[in-house]
Design a protein around this ligand. Structure first.
Ligand code: ACM
Length: 263
């Protein structure tokens, strides 16, 4: 199967334009599974929770999930993408999983980074892989990579591909740790990061690009520039992620010693 990342430089608040650019990048290539950045349709650096509430949208009724579902139906593919999800008086840094039949699953970021703690409600859904035509995919968002438990939980529950919408700002760290997350869990990882600079509310953030697709042996199959909107695709064999053997004598999951891991 073919997987791909879409590396985008969202313009803050231009939901329609950001969706259009992401779709036009994907139109140029075919992939079975696309991953888009965290909060790709709104931008990242909110000035207040009120501003976020205005830009956030209900899932699946909002414009972002609808546009992605239409694309997935037309192209017969699956898409994982970051979206600001509003429901009642709550708002989540979320990711949707859509396929030809529409919304399949959603994830709400459980480890909020920096000022996200002021804007978003913390995620409240379990880490649960999603069946995508016989292949299990897991979803985590950006800063979740600092918590190895996130990828580990998804992998122990059977995820073969970990999709990682991101807005990484600490140079090189997310790219490094997602190689390790792939290696220690023997899974594929697809990180879709954003590029560009946002300057709002007296703050400036630079996003690091470097989106990447990593194989279960930590080999980087494809990686992007630090500063251009681009896509990257790679052919993968997800059955490789079912085999946790490292040597003849070592199976990463069977060799775990959870009786030593408790506090
Ligand atoms: C991040 O979690 N967006 C750094």
């Amino acid at each position: 199967m073919w997987v791909g990342y879409v590396q985008l430089g969202p313009r803050f608040g231009d939901v329609e334009g950001n969706i259009e650019r992401a779709l036009s990048l994907m139109e140029g290539e075919r992939a079975d599974l696309w991953v888009l950045p965290e909060l790709f349709s709104t931008g990242y650096l909110f000035a207040s929770r009120e501003e976020l509430m205005e830009l956030a949208e209900p899932v699946p009724e909002g414009p972002t999930t609808r546009a992605l579902s239409d694309f997935a139906r037309e192209r017969g593919c699956f898409i994982v993408a970051g979206v600001a999800e509003r429901t009642g008086d709550r708002v989540y840094n979320a990711a949707v999983v859509v396929g030809p039949e529409g919304l399949i699953a959603r994830y709400r970021k459980i480890h909020l980074f920096g000022k996200e703690k002021l804007w978003f409600d913390p995620g409240d859904l379990p880490l649960e892989p999603v069946d995508m035509g016989g292949v299990k995919i897991g979803v985590m968002i950006c800063f979740d990579h600092f918590f190895p438990e996130t990828a580990r939980t998804l992998a122990l529950k059977g995820a073969q591909i970990i999709c990682h919408p991101a807005n990484l700002v600490l140079p090189g760290l997310g790219q490094l740790s997602m190689r390790v997350r792939a290696m220690e869990n023997r899974v594929y990882t697809v990180t879709a990061n954003r590029i560009g600079v946002e300057e709002r509310g007296g703050e400036v953030l630079s996003f690091t690009g470097g989106s990447q697709i990593v194989a279960p042996d930590a080999v980087v199959l494809r990686s992007a520039s630090p500063d251009r909107e681009e896509i990257g695709i790679a052919e993968i064999d997800p059955t490789r992620a079912l085999d946790k053997r490292v040597t003849r004598y070592n199976d990463l999951f069977a060799d775990r010693r959870p009786e030593f891991y408790g506090l």
